[in-house]
Design a protein. Structure first.
Length: 484
């Protein structure tokens, strides 16, 4: 069907102002946070109500038009990259906090509500929403559900999937569906866990029931300096081995701290090879006891200095550097490529050592900031897209990091999703039988494959192409390491 007929059909069921078609209007929607992958859609639809979302889906279903749902566009895997023959369905205008129930400690919100806005609305009841991605000031709950987002406090309080009770949405043909329930459990298959992290391939989210938590009376963060990356990584394992589950356990290497400090003046030790940020929260007595244990473990592991926040302002200042690592990278490099892989904590040292070698091999710098407590890496590969070949080298650098994550017993993504970025790496981690199972789940929800087509799930042809690209002279990278 010609584009003008598709646009006319959408304008026939939606307010004219809700359908964007001019090139200047479409340009901001060409990519998400992974700006290297761009495509211009036929149109962008901006509904204000669930009825308008359904009308757009029904029209696209009848016309056979692909639909890419979009939140705030802060995703980093190309998951919201448009389809050239399809529409972008933006949920940004569905941005109401529908209710907060202090008795059940829940908040019912529309998908366009910003992550931080939930905690702001719940603060009057002494509650907050625990998952806190670094982009929480801008990212939306619908996008968090799609990617199963985490944040610096996910070690103790869990990812999105652990903090959502119910997701209401629409299938590709407009059929309403509810996953989960208002209670702590629901009968039948646990489809809630299937829907969360499904990257827009299964349903369009229209409402989410979030689990809130009481705000801890006290929180303190310890900043520990290490003169050796290996000792810093071992300290992470030692803290968990001691039976301590901190509210947050983050690591930054020297390249990261030296980029961040001039940007936020957090008071970081710029000579340390690595910094650990370890937070304890709870009652004053609990925090005092846990901080003493954390301090002892850090010093026994070889920390050269340990600083503990003495006020809420100081705690927020110490965290500000970690929260602003991405914009700080943008200040020192024309472009950066943020990866997202996960591996066992015991392998963190091996990975960081290997990345040092990769920097030399690819001729690119790499800042490391990551959720050390759960082994979720976020290397920031610095490059200049205007220099011929640098993006290709950055992409290959990132692919090698993900390959090594798999070889060290980890996974290709922790919280950023697969999207377009890691679709080839899915072939390395999952067998053909496992990928067939993924397709079977997708087909059960969306038999026409109209929702976010071409994302997350690679075809057999795509995997064959990936294999040709990543096997060199009969050898995979790091052939000396064991396969898991």
């Amino acid at each position: 069907m010609p584009p003008h007929a598709i646009i006319a059909a959408l304008q026939g069921v939606l307010p004219l102002a809700a359908v964007l078609t001019e090139p200047a209007q479409l340009a901001p929607y060409e990519c998400d946070g992974l700006s290297a992958l761009r495509e211009r859609p036929l149109a962008v639809v901006l509904p204000r109500t669930v009825s308008e979302v359904r009308a757009a889906l029904v029209a696209c279903h009848h016309l056979g038009v692909p639909v890419v749902a979009r939140g705030a566009g802060t995703g980093l895997s190309g998951g919201a990259t448009p389809h050239a023959q399809g529409i972008v369905l933006s949920l940004a205008r569905l941005n109401r906090v529908l209710s907060i129930d202090p008795l059940t400690q829940t908040a019912c919100v529309e998908p366009g509500v910003r992550n931080l806005a939930v905690s702001e609305a719940a603060a009057a009841f002494g509650l907050y929403y625990a998952p806190d991605p670094s982009s929480q000031i801008a990212c939306t709950i619908g996008g968090n559900v799609a990617e199963n987002s985490g944040g610096v406090h996910c070690l103790k309080y869990g990812l999105t999937v652990h903090n959502v009770r119910r997701v209401t949405g629409l299938l590709s043909d407009g059929t309403a569906v509810t996953l989960g329930s208002g209670g702590l459990d629901s009968p039948g298959l646990d489809l809630l866990a299937v829907g969360i992290g499904s990257e827009g391939l299964l349903l369009v989210v229209t409402e989410v029931l979030l689990q809130l938590k009481p705000r801890p009376p006290v929180a303190q963060v310890a900043m520990a300096s290490f003169d050796d990356l290996g000792r810093a990584c071992q300290a992470v394992a030692d803290i968990i081995a001691a039976g301590i589950i901190p509210a947050g356990l983050e690591m930054m290497d020297r390249q990261a701290t030296r980029a961040v400090e001039p940007f936020v003046n957090a008071g970081y030790d710029l000579e340390a090879m690595a910094l650990l940020l370890v937070e304890a929260d709870g009652t004053p007595e609990e925090v005092t006891e846990e901080m003493a244990r954390i301090d002892a473990v850090l010093r026994a592991a070889g920390a050269t200095a340990v600083t503990v926040s003495q006020s809420e302002a100081e705690r927020l200042r110490l965290w500000s550097g970690r929260k602003n690592a991405f914009p700080a990278a943008g200040r020192i490099s024309p472009d950066y490529y943020c990866m997202d892989g996960t591996l066992p904590r015991k392998q963190l040292g091996a990975m960081l050592a290997a990345m040092t070698g990769m920097e030399a091999r690819y001729g690119l710098r790499c800042m490391n900031v990551f959720h050390a407590g759960d082994g979720n890496l976020h290397p920031l590969i610095l490059f200049d897209a205007n220099m011929p070949g640098e993006w290709a080298r950055a992409e290959a650098f990132g692919a090698e990091i993900l390959s090594l994550c798999v070889r060290l017993g980890g996974t290709i993504t922790g919280e950023h999703g697969v999207g377009l970025e890691k679709i080839g790496s899915m072939c390395e981690q999952f067998t053909p039988e496992e990928r067939a199972a993924f397709f079977a789940v997708r087909n059960a929800f969306d038999p026409t494959a109209r929702l976010n087509p071409g994302k997350a799930l690679p075809t057999l042809a795509r995997c064959a192409e990936f294999g040709r690209q990543h096997v060199h002279a009969g050898q995979l990278p790091h052939a000396d390491l064991p396969r898991f």
